[in-house]
Design a protein around this ligand. Sequence first.
Ligand code: SF4
Length: 211
Amino acid sequence: MRPSPTAQSEAKQRAAVLAFNTRLRSCRLCHRAGYLVEAASVPIARDPEPGAPVPRILLIGQAPGLRANLENVPFAGAAGEKLRLWFELGGIPREDFWRKIHFSAVTRCYPGRLPGARGDRVPSPAEQALCRPWLDDQFTVLKPAVVLLVGLLAIRTFLGRVPSLTAVVGTATFRDGVRYLPLPHPSGVSRWLNEAENVAAVGRAMGRLRS
Ligand code: SF4
């Protein structure tokens, strides 16, 4: 029996995403430019789950963290755990997380620690510019319906100079057929999540995934 047109187009899209990920994993532009000093910092690209349609929800963070880099899995560790809890509020059970969500970031390699601080270094504007074509290509290949912007860098990359997380978390922006939903970064480094009203705003944001 011949595959249905839907199955054919899903197979074509899966092949395009796999080819994109293969190209991305070979990128060393920032290493060659001297921005990434950690030789072990390589692009993280997760392939779609076998047997599942390519996700139409794209999650864009700032850049992979140390644990994600070590394990070659986006959002590994405690921040990923919290993210999965948030998605449960949006009706996506944790076991379906990788079947429903596709991962991206403003820059795709671990940038290293910020000297003298708890957190990771924010990728420089030059690194962001070098990595931007990957992000644009990912939109072309994936054609996402919903884009979750995690953290202020990702939010500002797409929505411009928003004044604060408080101004945008819980809101939705529609542009070119895509729904953008801003979120804070789920790591414990963010004090923004200590406020009850901010946690409620995250709940509203995730509720918009259901609508
Ligand atoms: S951050 Fe982006 S542009 Fe830079 S080396 Fe990694 S994948 Fe390439």
